[in-house]
Structure formats: structure tokens, C-alpha cells
Design a protein around this ligand. Sequence first.
Ligand SMILES: C[S@@+](CC[C@H](N)C(=O)[O-])C[C@H]1O[C@@H](n2cnc3c(N)ncnc32)[C@H](O)[C@@H]1O
Length: 297
Amino acid sequence: MPLAPVLARAVRRLTEAGVASPRFDAEELAAFVLGVPRSRLLLAAGFDGTGAARFDELVAERARRVPLQHLTGVAGFRHLDLAVGPGVFVPRPETELLAGWAIERARETTAPVVVDLCSGSGAIALAVANECPAATVYGVEREELALAWARRNAETRRSAGDRPVTLVHGDAGAPDVLAELDGTVDVVVTNPPYVPDGSTVSPEVADHDPAAALWGGPDGLDVVRRLLVRAAALLRPGGVLGIEHADAQGESLPALVRRHPAFEDVTDERDLAGRPRYTTARRRKLAAGETDLRNES
Ligand SMILES: C[S@@+](CC[C@H](N)C(=O)[O-])C[C@H]1O[C@@H](n2cnc3c(N)ncnc32)[C@H](O)[C@@H]1O
């Protein structure tokens, strides 16, 4: 069965269903069924009867707004293919920027210690381990289902030769989680839940990303407030913090970090489209006579 008309039908169906990138998604699903990379799709012979039926089923699910990555079981993140599915947040391309920032900062130190708070699938932690082999990397995740996906991804990466990442089950804002690292960490990085309660999100997000990955209280910054205190304790003086945020938090989040006495050099970074994406800061060195700032909020 030639591919072009089947693909054209799928694109129409996904467009009608309100899918944001109908051609890309149809091509990804076709490539998935045919077992080829999307870039080789034009060279593929087309579907046999079984393949065509499978493709139809997947397109129908995508039209019901099941995320593409849940259908293929894979989300690409920087150089990694991560396993994802129900119970874990699908890592987003935007977060690759924050991960890249963490990797660059980690590479500035000989044997860096990096902590990824709110790890989800393990995307950021595993990308750091993959691209900065000198790093000792930790991830913290509270939700058991998400942690199971992270452990699976960590095992895949370990088998592929990356340095193992230590994944901890716990509340990333709790003072006893990774307390043994307090005052020693070079880079703390986090993509926390930051969507303001009551915001409108797409059906893919509302119905398939876990609620614990999304909602951050009335202004979206409730989890961040707790993580700031924890990051201040974890970081060594001069260590750095990077926090992803929503487009609308490009002023409120840096302002929050600036009000915390433990941080200085607070900057907000934009993506290529000019949208504010993540805030960075440096852990202050304590001046002589200053009390310890780590538990102040
Ligand atoms: C937006 S997702 C980000 C996941 C991953 N870092 C990424 O970028 O794809 C936020 C994650 O934080 C987890 N989470 C929420 N509150 C948490 C807490 N207090 N402690 C640890 N993890 C938490 C959620 O379960 C979810 O996996």
C-alpha cells in the first residue's frame, strides 16, 4: 500500500482533531510502524495489510489526543532516547536548553557533583551523565510511577556505558533528602511543576501528564519556593542553580530568587524564539561574620 495517500489521510484526520503538528506526528507514527527513522520514510516501500491496520489504530489514538511519545514509547531528549508512558511527564524540547546549561556549568569543574530535583523520566540527570562523564549525578523524584521510568532509563544508559546516576525516592524539598551532600553540590538543576493552578492546558497534558508534574499552586511557584531553600542548602558557595519556568514567570521567578538571601547573580535566560525559559543564580559565599543562609527562605 503506497505511503503518500495513507499519510495524507492521517494528516487530515490529525488536523481535524486539533493536533498541533499533524504531519510530523503522522510521519513519526508511520516510521514507528515501519521500523525506520522518520528521515528514511520516503525510501520505505509502504505498509502491508497488518502495518496499515496498526498505523490506523495509532492515528486514531493520536486523534484522541494520546501523546505521540506514549504511542511510540520513546521521547528524544538531547542525545538520548528515553522510555516514557503513563505515569511520567514527557520530557519537552524546551528543557533541553536548561539541561545544556547544566552540562556547560558542570564541565567547568573537574569532578562536578550535579543534583536534578524533580527528575521525572530522569531526562536532565541522564543527559548530564551522558554529556559530562566526569560528573557524579543524583536525581530526586517523589512519585513512584515516575521513578520507575527513571530507573528503567538509568539502567538503559548504564548498560550503554554512561556513568550510573543515583536516583533517590523522596520529596525534593525535604531537608533530609540528600542531606549528606549539603554544602558540596556544584550544580542544582530543576524542571519542577510550575503551571499555575486553573490554567488551561492541552488534552495531551491534562489527560496524560501526571498532575504532580504540572500544578504549582496559585502562581505556579509553590514548589519552587521550597526547592530554593533546599538548593541553598545543597549548593557549595559559588555553586549554581538553574530552574525552568513558564513563559509568564520570566519576571516573577527571578524576583523570587533575588529575594532569597543565599543567591546572587540572578539571570533569566530566553530560548531561540525569545521566550523567557529558565532562571539561573549563584550560591553566595558567606562573608566573615555572616550566619549560615541555607535555611532562610
Ligand atoms: C515537570 S516534571 C519534570 C520531569 C523532568 N525533570 C523533565 O524535565 O522532564 C516535574 C516532576 O517533579 C515531580 N515532583 C513534583 N513534586 C515533587 C517533589 N516535591 N519532590 C520530588 N519530585 C516532585 C513530579 O512527579 C514530576 O516527575
